[in-house]
Design a protein around this ligand. Structure first.
Ligand code: ZN
Length: 218
């Protein structure tokens, strides 16, 4: 049985990770935000225990899980969904002690990821979208369409063609174009092709399997 102090320090650690996830998210470092969400997972159970016992807290949602399930599909990251699934299996108490249905949210996230993949594939094949493509793939996914386009626009992957309606987007000039990117494991900065920014690659410096984070100039 963990002591109050132990539970309290796990809770601090959870909120530290969550804060970092949020601030990475506002900096458009979505991959890094996901990594911070995943880093918070080992502390969730004890954070919840502390809040139940000492703060009379009820959990209607676990924010770092919600953020991971929201962001993952937008940057085509399947790993975080796998991490959520293993967390729920490894620690059944988490799901049991929230009023949210995390398993159902995970299922929705899987579906969103699948749709996002199809959309991205169509875009990389044709170089642009039109309303017909959009309605074929993203029918019934209006919010997802808006979120994907806005996320990919922020990452510099697509350009919104304003005069042709909100659905018309084009891939940026060239996905082979090089952009500055940073290894999230060792911090090495190098050039990466834009097409590779959503994929796991081997860092030439530290050899970790990572998704390079684009350095966004604002
Ligand atoms: Zn590295």
């Amino acid at each position: 049985m963990a002591t109050k102090a132990e539970l309290g320090s796990a809770r601090d650690e959870y909120y530290r990770c969550l804060d970092r996830a949020r601030s990475s998210c506002s900096d458009c470092n979505y991959q890094q935000a996901l990594d911070w969400c995943i880093n918070s997972f080992p502390f969730i159970d004890e954070m919840m225990q502390f809040e139940r016992k000492h703060l009379n807290g009820n959990h209607s949602e676990i924010e770092s899980i919600s953020l991971a399930l929201y962001l993952g599909p937008l940057i085509l990251n399947q790993k975080c969904l796998v991490e959520v699934a293993s967390l729920l299996t490894a620690c059944k108490r988490i799901e049991k002690n929230t009023t949210a249905n995390i398993a159902a949210e995970l299922q929705i996230a899987r579906q969103r990821l699948w749709v996002a993949h199809r959309f991205w594939k169509m875009l990389t094949k044709n170089g642009a979208t039109n309303n017909d493509d959009i309605s074929t793939i993203l029918e019934d996914h209006e919010n997802l369409r808006i979120q994907l386009i806005s996320t990919w626009d922020k990452l510099g992957l697509v350009r919104i063609v304003d005069d042709a309606g909100p659905s018309r987007i084009e891939l940026v000039t060239n996905l082979n174009e090089l952009t500055s990117a940073k290894c999230p494991a060792c911090g090495a900065i190098g050039k990466a092709r834009k097409a590779k920014l959503l994929e796991e690659v081997s860092c030439p410096k530290c050899k970790s399997r990572v998704v390079f984070v684009q350095i966004v100039s604002t």
